[in-house]
Design a protein around this ligand. Structure first.
Ligand code: FMN
Length: 341
C-alpha cells in the first residue's frame, strides 16, 4: 500500500495532456491518478475534482505550479513579430498577449483546500508556510518536486510529506527552482540515491520510466513510489492530439530530445522541431514564463488541430523503451506485471 493505493505508482500530472478519464483509470487500476491543475481556473479545478470523485472511490493527487506571475519586464514586440510569421503560415490572426497570462496560484490552492483533496503535489517552487500548514491541518498529504538534493532539503525544511525526485530525463517542465536548470540536470537514479542518503522522507522517483523493470529498480533502490508521465501520453484517455502521439511514438530519426525555453519561457523537455530551432536563434526575445506560454498558446492549439507537429510542444521524457499505445488500465496492469508487484 502506498498512500492508500494498492501499488506505488503515481500517474504524473500532465498539463494539456492529462484528463479526468486518465486519472480515474490509473486510480481505479490501483495506482494514484493525478490531475494537472496548473492551467485551470479555480472553478474548473473544482469541477474536475468533483467529476473524478464521481468516478473513483480511491486516493488521487492534484498538482499546481507553486509560483506567482511577475509583471512582464520587457517589450514583447520582437517575440510577437517572430511568432506572427508562423501565425501567417497557419492562417491565424497575429499573436497578442492576454491581460492575465496565467491563473493565480493562491486562488487555485484555495480550491484544493476547499475540496479537501487527498494529495496535493506541486512543482516550480515552494508555497508559503501558512498554505502548507493549512493543507497539513486539513489532512492532505503534500508532495513537492525537487531536481537537486539542495531543493529536496529546502522542501524537507518546508515540512512536506514526500519528495518527488524529478530526474533529468523527465518530460515537460523542469521543476528547478533554486539554481540554473543546466546545473540541475541530475539523472533520476542519482537523484533518488542522493536524497535517500540524506533525508528520511519518502522519495517518489520520476523521469524516463516506461517499463515495469525500471519501476522495480527504483523501488529496489529505496524509492517509496514512482511517478510516470510520458508512457501514458499515447493512451486513448489522454487528450494529446494524434499528431503529438504519433510524433513521440515514432520519433523521426533526427528528432532529438531537448530542453527548451522556446514554448513557455521555462525550461522543458520534448522533441526538437522547427519551432524550437527557429525561436532559439532569437533566444534573447523569449519572454519569461508564463508570458511566453501565453504568447505561443494560439499557435500550439491551431497546430494541434491542423496536424502540424513542427509548431507543437512535443513534451516527452527521454527513455530507451519504445512507447506503447493501449488503454491506460491495460498499460498500468502491464507495468505492474513487468515490475513483479
Ligand atoms: C506532457 C507533460 C506535462 C507535464 N505537466 C506537469 C505538471 O503540470 N506538473 C508537474 O508537476 N509535472 C508535470 N510533468 C512532469 C511529470 O511530473 C514528470 O516529472 C515526468 O512526466 C516524468 O518523466 P516521464 O515523462 O519520462 O515519465 C509533465 C510531464 C509531461 C510529459
Amino acid at each position: 500500500m502506498f498512500w492508500g493505493a494498492k501499488y506505488p505508482i503515481v500517474l504524473a500530472p500532465m498539463g494539456g495532456v492529462g484528463t479526468v478519464e486518465l486519472a480515474a483509470a490509473v486510480s481505479n487500476a490501483g495506482g494514484i491518478g493525478s490531475l494537472a491543475a496548473a492551467y485551470l481556473s479555480p472553478q474548473e479545478i473544482t469541477r474536475q475534482i468533483n467529476e473524478l470523485r464521481s468516478r473513483i472511490d480511491r486516493p488521487f493527487a492534484v498538482n499546481l505550479f507553486a509560483q506567482e506571475t511577475k509583471p512582464l519586464d520587457r517589450d514583447p514586440e520582437p517575440m510577437l513579430s517572430l511568432l506572427a510569421r508562423f501565425h501567417e503560415e497557419l492562417g491565424l490572426a497575429p499573436p497578442a498577449l492576454p491581460q492575465k497570462p496565467a491563473e493565480v496560484f493562491e486562488e487555485q490552492a484555495a480550491a484544493l483546500l476547499e475540496a479537501k483533496v487527498p494529495i496535493f503535489s506541486f512543482t516550480l517552487g515552494i508555497p508559503r508556510a501558512k498554505l502548507l500548514a493549512d493543507f497539513e491541518s486539513s489532512g492532505t498529504i503534500v508532495a513537492g518536486t525537487a531536481t537537486t538534493l539542495a531543493e529536496a532539503i529546502a522542501l524537507r525544511d518546508s515540512g512536506v510529506d514526500a519528495i518527488i525526485a524529478q530526474g533529468a530525463e523527465a518530460g515537460a517542465h523542469r521543476g528547478t527552482f533554486l539554481d540554473d536548470y543546466e546545473k540541475s540536470l541530475v539523472p533520476a537514479v542519482t537523484l533518488v540515491k542522493q536524497i535517500r542518503n540524506s533525508l528520511s522522507l519518502p522519495v517518489i522517483a520520476s523521469g524516463g520510466i516506461r517499463h515495469g523493470k525500471a519501476i522495480a529498480e527504483f523501488l529496489d533502490q529505496g524509492a517509496a513510489a514512482v511517478q510516470i508521465g510520458t508512457a501514458f501520453i499515447p493512451c486513448p484517455e489522454s487528450s494529446a492530439s494524434d499528431v503529438y502521439k504519433r510524433a513521440i511514438m515514432t520519433g523521426r530519426p533526427e528528432a532529438k530530445s531537448v530542453i527548451t525555453l522556446a514554448f513557455s519561457g521555462r525550461p522543458a523537455r520534448g522533441l526538437s522541431n522547427r519551432f524550437i530551432e527557429e525561436i532559439e536563434k532569437h533566444a534573447e526575445f523569449i519572454l519569461p514564463f508564463p508570458w511566453q506560454n501565453a504568447a505561443t498558446r494560439a499557435l500550439r492549439n491551431a497546430a494541434a488541430k491542423a496536424g502540424r507537429s513542427e509548431f507543437l510542444s512535443l513534451w516527452a521524457g527521454r527513455g530507451a523503451t519504445p512507447l506503447r499505445q493501449m488503454p491506460a488500465e491495460l498499460l498500468f496492469k502491464t507495468l505492474v506485471k513487468e515490475a513483479g508487484l
